[in-house]
Design a protein around this ligand. Structure first.
Ligand code: FAD
Length: 309
């Protein structure tokens, strides 16, 4: 039987549903809970507020699956503008950016070269203001290409971050390969609907794989970034960090903007480095649907708003 996640992600690909959701004012209100605004100035206001409250941030210009080179170039330009906007705030690594290579043309013909060509100036601009770029991970068909681009970028910018998804069978090997000195790796469960041939299907299996991967990262010489809202896994991370003598500046927890904000602040007050993933921009549909798909409560919140507004 199809899971709720598979059903929702599948239905969301229908253009009619996309048009209906994007065009509904009520959707916009719900989206605002997860998205920091449509414009860069709005996103920078959120960055100022969150960093003022003691969090670090990673800024994501929303967009994915571009269909031509010009659109991919616009993604690059949006990130260069974001880094220009971050520069005067002087936050260094407390404000970094996350990119999806599909927004840089990865899926177009010759797209791996194009994505590398377009993302490189973003990585250089980030380094120039003392911060970093993390390459988000998309569906399983893109993992080899994304890790290939990561390896190229790390030649000159070893600080470039990677994301690995515990849902995928291959990830324990990838985690071991990336657990190298200074290597920044965000570990997540995985937001995409993947077949049993490549991914664990049960929550317990995904969680157990997450804990195993976390053990490898925490024991290793890299910089683990624990991308999860799951209280059990965050406590496992804290326990492992203590066990392996990690200092607060040698690992971090990351959560999405608008999800468990009180917990983000509570952990930060305890001395954990907490980074909020802050998405902004007009192309919020794919991001929003993944948030609905991963948690029944998010879906209920959305459906309730449709009937009560
Ligand atoms: P879930 O399995 O969703 O939830 C586990 C438990 O956490 C719940 O049972 C509940 O106890 C608690 N919880 C979760 N949400 C809430 C809430 N709103 N309120 C109260 N309790 C809650 N995925 C990718 O595929 N690629 C990426 O590049 C990527 N980047 C990410 C970056 C960050 C910073 C984060 C946090 C996630 C990212 N993801 C990415 C998404 C990720 O893969 C998961 O889909 C998403 O984080 C949901 O999994 P979870 O670990 O948070 O726990």
């Amino acid at each position: 039987m199809l899971s709720q996640k598979a059903l929702l992600l599948g239905a969301a690909r229908r253009p009619a549903l996309r048009r209906a959701l994007v065009g509904t004012p009520v959707t916009r209100q719900v989206v605002d809970r997860f998205v920091a605004g449509e414009t860069l100035p709005q996103a920078l206001d959120v960055v100022r507020r969150l960093t003022g409250e003691g969090l670090a941030v990673t800024l994501d210009h929303l967009g994915e699956d571009v269909t031509d080179r010009a659109e991919a170039q616009r993604s690059r330009d949006a990130y260069l503008a974001a880094l220009d906007g971050l520069a005067p705030l002087g936050l260094g690594r407390r404000a970094e950016v996350s990119v999806k290579l599909s927004a840089f043309g990865q899926a177009l013909p010759g797209g791996e070269d194009l994505a590398l060509e377009l993302v490189r100036p973003v990585v250089e601009a980030a380094a120039a203001i003392g911060t970093t770029v993390t390459l988000d991970m998309e569906d399983s068909s893109t993992v080899d290409a994304t890790l290939g681009t990561l390896a190229e970028l790390r030649r000159d910018h070893p600080e470039t971050g990677a994301v690995l998804q515990s849902a995928l069978h291959r990830t324990e090997d990838d985690v071991r390969a990336l657990a190298t000195p200074g290597s920044r790796v965000r570990l997540v469960k995985g937001a995409y609907d993947e077949p049993p041939s490549v991914a664990f299907q049960g929550r317990d299996e995904v969680d157990a794989a997450y804990a195993r991967c976390l053990g490898v990262l925490m024991r290793g010489p890299g910089y683990p970034m624990v991308g999860s809202h799951d209280p059990r896994l965050v406590s496992v991370a804290q326990r492992l960090a203590a066990e392996y003598g990690r200092t607060p500046d040698s690992w971090e927890v990351q959560m999405l903007y608008g999800i468990r904000p009180a917990e983000q602040h509570r952990l930060a007050a305890e001395g954990v480095c907490v980074r909020a993933y802050v998405p902004y921009g007009v192309d919020w549909y794919g991001y929003f649907v993944r948030r609905l798909a991963e948690r029944p409560a998010n879906l209920r919140f959305f459906l309730r708003s449709l009937v009560t507004t």
